[in-house]
Design a binder for this molecule. Structure first.
Ligand code: GLC
Ligand code: GLC
Length: 813
């Protein structure tokens, strides 16, 4: 493999990824904000901001899939004589003497230098504030005085990001702004039903401004060369309709060696209904001014930034590993945990592949994401579980998605995805094991958000299990419904109409025989967890009842779900096998191998080992394991969306990173540490970063949903970065199964599964009110703990019993 061009590198000490060439193979982005106000920011300062919901409260405008790519963002133009440049290179694309973008934990710093002037911008959203800070430092590094003209730029979105892109007959007439001092206010629709507005402020007097896009840019120009900037003259335009923007104009004189800070603030405000106006047509600006007053000096901003860093110190101090392998340590200690928090905040709503106007929160996605952040923010995980469970139906089925602002189930997509209920057990068990908080089981939780319908959360778990048991097919395996985890295996859809959604079209569900082995495995894994939970809380009869159901499922899989070398994937509507050696294409699928090996179904009969070997033989390639093999080469009417994708992409034999960890965990449970590690390292970003920055294309510091598989045109090319269940699964895999630190009801279970080359390592783990320092001595073993001492005393078994305080643990394998 020839050496690929590199665009950046990790800086572990600062927890940053440093991009040194602005022309990355795709925009490499970061996320700002942790609670209500959020922003996406690319390495050239592209992107946008929103309040809570990327669809309904979009603050700034963004044009997806544009030419050029990543067009629109927060831009600073420096005009130095005849030269116009931007610190992030775009949009003017004037070649810089120096460029650097540092993506850190909820902040990004972009620095550019040109002709002896440096502009460095720190972007972040302070904790608990509804605003994005942009602290710009301009310094004169030359020997002469510099007279610079500085223009800022933001473009307002008219709040609803969907209608903003289409309802122009209305939009072009509604835009309204106010300008007061150094603040530009955006108040479109405030005169009627909106009680919120946005503003863009700078903490210095300005010498001009613009608020009308066409006047500022010029109808036949681009962001690269706006009229006002090229001429060095603001127009002081006041937008009425069309496209409102916010641009400040500031004249800056810098002596040699001098530097100045400017604090720009993009804020969002909500007013009470009776407090909306200061005078007729004039918005009440009190809250905006109060917010500005909190962040209008370098000192205040630096303090807010220090608080943000301390917040991340605390989050990342909960689980820290030291193995001596930088590529592993940086993913475990920094980037994997960071990506999990981002997926917690954004679910699947807003990335450079998710436009923010589509999906809300997924029922299954959100439950899985939970295992990635429950150790960091348990109270918010608790709330998330209650929110999710509140969208369940009384029969145990669930809305497939819900809206983040209203928390209501999404009627457009509805329910009928038969894996969904099981995930509620998965999420809840993870929460209780982390926190020891069994009281969540007694919370009263409604069905479909209907007041009066409340039952305990435990009841919700029970009907979730029952939903599977009550929906078994002819082989006593779970009916698949509209789809299981694989949204694209739509066995009751049968569509020839390109305008139909594969997920919501069910032409033929009556009389279906379509069954899923993936749900069967998932049911056994979560069923065992449910049984253990019932025993723990003294519900022995219920434990017994469910154990029988789990046992029957295991028998059904062994009898009807085994193909000889691997587990089948499903039975179709007519009861024909899917994922079998008998099939012409797609003879083997990854999902059922993952779940049935995790469930250890048929381990004694050798099924687990054979299945794992088959994954290596048929699914594995240089870049990870593909979803199915061979890829479908033609559309199969009976299978739905899966075969609609060209070979090697997405659910048709792409490397769908989300499910690689399932097989890796299967390997770990089977004690095959070398294999587990080699699968893991293939999709671990830091290993990919080292080898394939150009080919991989998307950000090398986080996982992406899909890497093109071995049947694709360009195997190894990544897509759909950031918002993917892969983040949580990678975390769960490495923290609990590879490094082997597993929270349990009564303490921490220690059960690593390592490559035989592993050397001694230490994990610092805060757990409830305790602080453990755990050192593992693998001694060349892949699996199997021989002895444990806790504070010098031997411990029987593999669970360190929980007690508050500081503890030292030594583990010998
Ligand atoms: C996407 C969806 C997830 C689904 C997966 C496989 O990642 O968000 O719900 O399980 O695709 O189809
Ligand atoms: C499409 C995608 C799948 C995703 C689903 C979400 O089917 O291929 O990955 O889960 O849409 O609606």
């Amino acid at each position: 493999m020839e050496q690929q061009k590199r665009y950046g590198h990790f800086d572990d000490q600062h927890r940053e990824y440093v991009i040194t060439d602005p022309q990355t193979p795709w925009p490499w982005i970061n996320y700002l904000g942790n609670e209500d106000f959020f922003s996406l920011i690319s390495n050239t300062a592209g992107g946008y901001s929103f309040y809570k919901d990327a669809k309904f409260r979009r603050i700034t405008r963004y044009r997806y899939n544009n030419v050029p790519m990543d067009n629109g963002g927060r831009y600073f133009y420096v005009k130095d004589g005849d030269t116009v440049w931007n610190p992030g290179w775009k949009p003017s694309k004037t070649p810089l003497d120096f460029y650097e973008c540092r993506h850190g934990m909820s902040y990004t710093r972009i620095t550019g230098r040109k002709n002896g002037v440096e502009a460095s911008v720190l972007f972040f959203v302070p904790l608990k504030k509804w605003a994005e800070v942009q602290k710009l430092t301009l310094s004169n590094q030359s020997n002469e005085t510099k007279n610079l003209k500085l223009f800022s730029f933001e473009e307002w979105c008219l709040w609803n990001a969907a209608t903003d892109m289409e309802n122009f007959q209305r939009n072009f007439s509604t835009g309204e702004v106010e300008i007061e001092g150094s603040t530009i206010y955006h108040k479109t629709e405030y005169r009627e039903r909106r009680n919120h507005y946005a503003f863009y402020h700078v903490n210095t007097p300005i010498q001009g401004f613009d608020t009308d896009r066409e006047t500022f840019v010029g109808l036949y120009n681009e962001f690269a060369n706006p009229d006002a900037v090229m001429e060095g003259k603001p127009r002081n335009s006041h937008a009425h309709g069309w496209s409102p923007i916010a641009s400040h104009y500031i004249e800056v004189t810098l002596a040699p060696g001098e530097s100045k800070d400017f604090v720009f603030l993009l804020g969002y405000i909500e007013n009470e209904q009776d407090q909306k106006f200061a005078a007729p047509q004039v918005i009440n600006k009190d809250k905006a001014q109060a917010l500005i007053a909190e962040l209008n000096t370098t000192e205040k901003v630096d303090k807010a930034f220090a608080e943000l860093n301390a917040y991340w110190d605390a989050l990342l101090n909960i689980y820290k590993v030291k193995t001596g392998n930088d590529k592993l340590d940086r993913m475990v200690n920094i980037w994997n945990q960071y990506q999990c928090m981002v997926t917690f905040n954004f679910s699947r709503s807003a990335s450079f592949f998710e436009s923010g106007v589509g999906r809300g929160m997924g029922f299954r996605d959100s439950n899985q994401d939970l295992v990635g952040f429950v150790h960091q923010i348990p109270p918010r995980a608790r709330q998330r579980i209650i929110d999710i469970a509140s969208t369940q139906f009384p029969d145990g089925g669930c809305y497939h998605q819900y809206q983040p602002l209203t928390k209501r189930g999404n009627n457009d997509i509805g329910g009928g995805f038969n894996d969904d209920p099981c995930w509620l057990i998965f999420g809840t068990v993870a929460y209780i094991k982390e926190t020891g908080d069994f009281s969540i089981l007694d919370e009263m939780v409604p069905f479909d958000n209907q007041p009066g319908s409340e039952v305990t959360l435990f009841e919700h778990l029970k009907i979730s299990m029952d939903h599977v048991i009550k929906n078994l097919g002819p082989h006593m395996l779970p009916l698949i419904g509209r789809a299981d985890w694989n949204d694209c295996l739509n066995l009751n859809c049968f569509s020839w109409d390109p305008n139909e959604s594969f997920q919501t079209t069910e032409n033929v569900s009556e009389g279906t025989k379509a069954e899923s082995l993936m749900i069967a495995g998932l049911f056994v894994v979560t069923g065992k967890d449910y049984v253990a939970l019932c025993k723990k809380i003294g519900k022995d009869a219920e434990a017994e009842r469910m154990q029988q159901a789990v046992d029957s499922m295991i028998e059904a899989v062994k009898k009807h779900g085994w193909d000889g070398e691997w587990y089948l994937r499903a039975y179709d509507f007519y009861g024909r096998k899917i994922g079998s050696n008998e099939c012409e294409e797609a003879k083997i699928f990854i999902e059922s191998q993952g779940w049935c090996t995790m469930a250890e179904i048929g381990a004694d009969e050798g099924m687990v080992a054979k299945s794992l070997d088959s994954c290596k033989k048929y699914l594995e390639c240089e870049h990870g394991m593909v979803l199915n093999n061979p890829a479908f080469t033609k559309y199969i009417y009976e299978y739905g969306e899966i075969s609609s994708y060209p070979e090697g992409y997405k659910e048709n034999a792409g490397i769908f990173c989300h499910n690689n960890p399932w097989v890796i965990i299967g390997e770990c449970i089977a004690g095959r540490g070398n294999d587990a590690w080699s699968h893991y390292a293939k999709i671990l970003p830091s290993y990919v970063e080292e080898k394939y920055q150009t080919l991989h294309k998307v950000e090398p510091y986080v996982n992406c949903q899909m890497v093109a598989g071995k049947d694709a045109y360009k195997p190894g090319e990544g897509k759909n970065s950031w918002l993917t269940g892969t983040a949580a699964w990678m975390w769960y895999t490495v923290s609990e199964f590879i490094l082997g630190i597993k929270p349990d009801y009564d303490g921490i279970r220690i059960d690593p599964c390592l490559p035989e080359t592993a050397t001694d390592y230490t994990v610092q783990r805060k757990f409830r009110e305790a602080d453990y320092e755990i050192t593992i001595h693998p001694n060349g073993a892949q699996k199997g703990v021989k002895s444990i001492t806790l504070d010098g005393q031997p411990v029987a078994g593999t669970v360190i019993p929980y007690s508050a305080g500081k503890h030292t643990v030594e583990v010998t394998m």
